[in-house]
Design a protein around this ligand. Structure first.
Ligand code: ADP
Ligand code: MG
Length: 233
């Protein structure tokens, strides 16, 4: 098993960001953490990345507490992390210096596949910056990828290319955990979907099983979140 959460809760002041979350994610799965803004997705990813500790409960990644796994988890934060003066060449040097599992060839393959121009961040569009950051993170050859809202701001045509980059890496038997509040065009991506609502897991299913019941991920999402979130989908 690659990720296990048992009875995990996390509060910030009076906000209960996660409440009693149990989760088991298997090696090789592409997992969608889905839910509206504020439902706890980013908190969940940070706990798995070892950037936050739970108030109660346990988080185990590849059989250890995530803090012991430095460099074995690739994490794309929700907020931009590259300085404005960096272009792809500088990003290569920066990532290589920080992460021993960063693979240069894989980075340049991704830069090409994602159509990222050789210019500094300050002269790239929002979508191009997100793709450059995604390339930097996916170029790490690790067993766990945590991608927080990797599809936001990226148009649907580029999404196709991004998804195929993901699947290419997925063949290496890694676990991909992606959060998103915008599930359009992602139907075929997921092996497993986990719906979060107000910090609780309200659905945890294999996408295949949903389909066997004649449901789509999007349909199930709309059923659960129809009132509050229909406009975001
Ligand atoms: P999502 O990623 O699904 O939008 P988050 O995990 O970012 O949700 O946030 C869940 C809840 O926890 C929200 O109510 C948010 O305001 C709150 N929260 C998250 N991080 C912090 C923090 N560092 N300090 C205070 N409140 C936080
Ligand atoms: Mg978030």
């Amino acid at each position: 098993m690659s990720v296990r959460l048992k009875g995990v809760s996390k509060t910030f002041g009076r906000v209960e960001a996660l409440r009693d979350v149990d989760l088991r994610l298997e090696k090789g799965e592409v997992v969608g953490i889905l839910g509206p803004n504020g439902s706890g997705k980013s908190t969940l990813l940070k706990l798995i990345a070892g950037l936050l500790l739970p108030d109660s409960g346990e988080v185990e990644v590849l059989g250890s507490p995530p803090r012991r796994l430095r460099g074995r988890i690739a994490y794309l934060p929700e907020v931009p992390f590259l300085p404005s003066w960096m272009g792809p060449r500088e990003v290569e040097r920066f990532m290589k210096g920080l992460f021993p599992r960063f693979r240069r060839e894989r980075f340049w393959e991704l830069v090409t596949a994602l159509g990222i121009p050789p210019r500094p961040v300050r002269s790239l569009s929002k979508g191009q910056i997100q793709r450059l950051e995604l390339a930097a993170v996916l170029a790490q050859e690790v067993e766990i990828y945590l991608l927080d809202e990797p599809l936001g701001g990226i148009d649907i045509v580029s999404r196709e290319r991004i998804l195929s980059s993901l699947i290419q890496a997925w063949r290496r038997e890694a676990t991909f955990i992606l959060s998103t509040h915008a599930i359009a065009e992602t139907e075929t991506l997921w092996d497993r979907v986990v719906f979060l609502k107000e910090g609780r897991v309200i659905l945890d299913r294999m996408a295949e099983d949903l389909r066997a019941e004649g449901k789509s991920v999007r349909g199930a999402y709309l059923e659960v979140f129809r009132r509050e979130d229909a406009l975001l989908v």
